[in-house]
Design a protein around this ligand. Sequence first.
Ligand code: FES
Length: 164
Amino acid sequence: MLTEEIRQKIAQEIAGCEHPREKAVDVMYVLQRHYGYMTDEAVHEAAQLLGMTPLELDELATFYDFIYRQPVGNYVIHVCDGAACWMHHERAVFDYLCRKLGVEIGETTLDGLFTVLPTACIGNCHLAPAMLINGKCYGLLTPEKIDDILEQLVCEACQPVLTK
Ligand code: FES
């Protein structure tokens, strides 16, 4: 359930809009931060706040790569599968990450730390192959670089599990 503070903040933002649905994605980000992902409850709450139907909102939610309708890990890894990254072997990045973390694309590690997802071009084609982790871009990826990035994140999270 949303706190009254969040509810009021959203209401204020929507109040300035001619069409509240203009703010649908922003509102979903707020709810996603609150719940961890766009739960069914979040979809219904957002729809109510925006004057939309839950179905309309769900269609939007499933369209955006960065709105999650399923639980995700602490670190969401979006591997770019745009044209430039594809030409620089993005598939090898997926394969290496998935093997190392013991997941398939779209899955979350058992410790809840990492989720691996694809995304469209992230605007850093000169760094292909590239990925975003919680919004931070990492590029010119190699297996060694991926190892370093993941190890640093695991250290930050004080989690001991990574499979080689
Ligand atoms: S295609 Fe991957 S960053 Fe543009």
